[in-house]
Design a protein around this ligand. Structure first.
Ligand SMILES: [Mg+2]
Length: 308
């Protein structure tokens, strides 16, 4: 397991002696992993998501330009900065081509260790700042869950995947019951504390790495469960409902319980193309049904295409 407290750098070069020189220059400050071919570089990048890649241009079979193009075309790896390392000294065309395919900088061979150290340090600092900004942009500051913007991004990318692969995708929409009354009676400070505990409980109720929870807005939360059939999604929704009730947060304004409860709508889709808004509406419909039926419950439906 790689310790991610320090930044992780991937060095790619078909010549081991170059890897050794760069490793010696950087290993005291960073975690280093390496690859000796373009194909291996792409595999390792997808697996470990390094913070920076030092990429040799001249390699047999798949050169650095191709590796760079491939990583920049994939949304999961496109944000990783790439520095090209090349022996093509003073070759303006090569430099332009490298920058065109998405490299952030250029280092020439023979490798000068202090130059490598300084360039890498600068780009790692920028990358850390970018990551912090990105985190702020996609995180709800009260609950620390993902925000609506991030939810939309993830759902859109899952729906795109769904149109290619016929895996089921489940969505849970959740509303805290009588939350306006809660705020009116207990005040907004308690209201915020309640939302934080509910958010934490939702997050703790999800177990798979790909499962995703967000604050959708106000007292509304949403979960995206990729590759999850209705029966599994309903089980998770019911567990969330039970766990929220189990917090036993006193609720003076609820008409259904002495404690804070939630209503949940689950919708599963497989083999159909639906837009982001349509998918959310379908789950929302189940949420409203749960409210109509008396709240503190889960309602669900699915839209499946059987290919056989
Ligand atoms: Mg080479």
């Amino acid at each position: 397991m790689i310790n991610r407290d320090t930044s992780l750098i991937l060095i790619v070069d078909d010549d081991l002696s170059n890897i050794e020189i760069m490793n010696a220059a950087l290993e005291s400050e960073y975690e280093i992993i390496f690859a000796t071919s373009g194909k291996q570089a792409i595999e390792i990048t997808r697996k470990y998501a390094p913070d920076l890649i030092l990429l040799d241009v001249m390699m047999p079979v798949m050169d650095g330009y191709k590796v760079c193009e491939c990583l920049k075309a994939d949304i999961n790896t496109s944000g990783i900065p790439i520095i090209f390392v090349t022996a093509l000294k003073d070759d303006m065309q090569a430099e332009i081509k490298g920058l065109q395919v998405g490299a952030i900088d250029y280092i020439t061979k023979p490798i000068n260790p202090p130059v490598v150290q300084m360039r890498v340090r600068n780009h790692i600092e920028l990358q850390c700042a970018r990551k912090k900004l990105r985190h702020l942009a996609v995180t709800d500051s009260l609950t620390d869950l993902s925000n609506r913007r991030h939810f939309d991004e993830i759902l859109q990318s899952e729906l795109n995947r769904l149109s290619r692969l016929h895996h089921p995708l489940s969505l849970i929409m959740l509303d805290v019951d009588f939350f306006k009354n809660f705020n009116d009676i207990h005040g907004h400070v308690m209201g915020d504390a309640c939302l934080k505990r509910v958010a934490y409980t939702i997050k703790e109720s999800l177990h798979r790495v790909a499962d995703f929870a967000a604050r959708y807005g106000g007292e509304e939360f949403a979960c995206i469960l990729p590759n999850t059939e209705l029966i599994g999604a309903v089980a998770i929704a019911e567990q969330i409902r039970v766990n929220i009730e189990g917090l036993k947060i006193p609720h003076g304004g609820s008409q259904v319980s002495d404690y804070v409860t939630a209503s949940l709508g689950v919708f599963t889709i497989s083999g159909y193309f639906k837009s982001l808004n349509e998918t959310v509406e379908l789950a929302d419909k189940q949420l409203y049904k749960a409210k109509e039926k008396g709240r503190n419950r889960v309602c669900f439906a699915e839209l499946l295409k059987n290919d056989d």
